[in-house]
Design a protein around this ligand. Structure first.
Ligand code: FAD
Length: 322
């Protein structure tokens, strides 16, 4: 079932869970055991993030370096396939522009379709280590809006219609349901929030069905963002994204990585907890529960959790809120 149809038919808000594919070396059973605690809550689908291959430079004896590709993680498609096989639930792989040509992306779409996956989240992806800014792959896409356009164009193409035995454009359903990312505190590269929202609208105009937001720790930021989006003519569902803080270090890491604010009240509580790791974990979980309950009172369509593959705090939050 497509996420947009789940959003339309589900009477009440539901949790949407995002996991990161495991590093190589972890077995399929270990991965599935890690996410087993989520199954108690009958998730409607699970998102699986996508990661680019990185490069490392290995020194040669003559002082020069050899560039070598490092594949750190199992692919999102493989993880989706394992989850669907074991738990019989929908999966939503993320598809990124970075590292692929348009043709390679079309091939990925064919593979997803083959597996019966008809949901994706389309993203640009970030720069790889050593690059200051995102550099598009030659023959690939520069922005997520181009990726969304590319997916819709491919599904409308004569080659696609021929291989799928689709007679006319009218018989060609929008096969993939496409989610895209939105940034309540603006994307770190955007000059201002207004421009960023205009760019977000390009993704929706290109064919995106819904938006999932970057994490935030102050719900007012999300409510204001939704207002701005609606004023800009964006009418699709906007799913809020949450991540519970779990370590004191994240107070500096998250703002640096995601260009977001963490409220003073929360940082003060964590500062007072000092080196008590359990207390910090508990504070982060409680804060997220408070955010979650408030969002539910504001009739959000769903709440997306960035689980980072850790289930403990997320399970506590789900037990309390859903
Ligand atoms: P875009 O929408 O392309 O925007 C990138 C920047 O370009 C923005 O500043 C925007 O304002 C600007 N821009 C957009 N279009 C134009 C235009 N036409 N002209 C000029 N400027 C423009 N990363 C991963 O690597 N893997 C994942 O699985 C992943 N999952 C994510 C899930 C969610 C819900 C979110 C919110 C983010 C995720 N990310 C993931 C991170 C994401 O890839 C980065 O935030 C990336 O820097 C931007 O991706 P985007 O799709 O929002 O890019």
């Amino acid at each position: 079932m497509k996420v947009i149809d789940i959003l339309g038919s589900s009477g009440k808000a539901f949790p949407s869970l995002e996991i990161v594919p495991p590093l190589r070396g972890i077995t399929k059973d270990e991965l599935l055991e890690n996410i087993a605690p989520f199954m108690e809550f009958s998730p409607k689908y699970i998102n699986v993030t996508s990661h680019r291959d990185e490069y490392e430079y290995i020194p040669r004896e003559d002082g020069t370096f050899r560039k070598s590709m490092v594949r750190n993680r199992i692919s999102e498609t493989t993880v989706c396939s394992a989850i669907m096989d074991r738990y019989k639930i929908e999966t939503v792989p993320h598809l990124i522009c970075g590292g692929s040509t348009a043709e390679e992306i079309e091939s990925k779409l064919d593979n997803l379709e083959f597996l019966g996956i008809n949901n994706i989240v389309a993203l640009r992806g970030d720069s790889i280590t050593g690059e200051k800014r995102f550099v598009p792959t030659p023959g690939g896409y520069k922005y997520a809006s181009e990726l969304v356009e590319g997916i819709r164009r491919y599904q409308g193409s004569a080659t696609y219609r021929r291989s799928h035995k689709i007679e006319s454009q009218e018989d060609n359903p929008k096969y993939f349901c496409i989610g895209v990312g939105g940034y309540p505190e603006k994307h770190f590269e955007a000059a201002n929030i207004e421009t960023d929202i205009l760019n977000l609208k390009k993704k929706v105009d290109a064919g995106a069905d819904y938006i999932i937001t970057q994490m935030f720790f102050n719900n007012q930021v999300y409510y204001d963002f939704v207002d701005r989006c609606r004023k800009a003519g964006i009418t699709v569902p906007i799913i809020p994204g949450l991540k519970p803080l779990s370590t004191a270090r994240q107070i500096s890491l998250l703002p640096e990585s995601f260009s977001l604010d963490i409220p003073f009240e929360l940082t003060e509580e964590i500062r007072k907890a000092g080196s008590d790791k359990d207390a910090v974990y508990e504070i982060g979980t409680r804060w997220c529960i408070m955010q979650c309950k408030d969002l539910l009172q504001h009739s959000v369509p769903a709440i997306h959790f960035y689980t980072m593959g850790k289930s403990g705090n997320i399970v506590s939050i789900l037990k309390e809120c859903f």
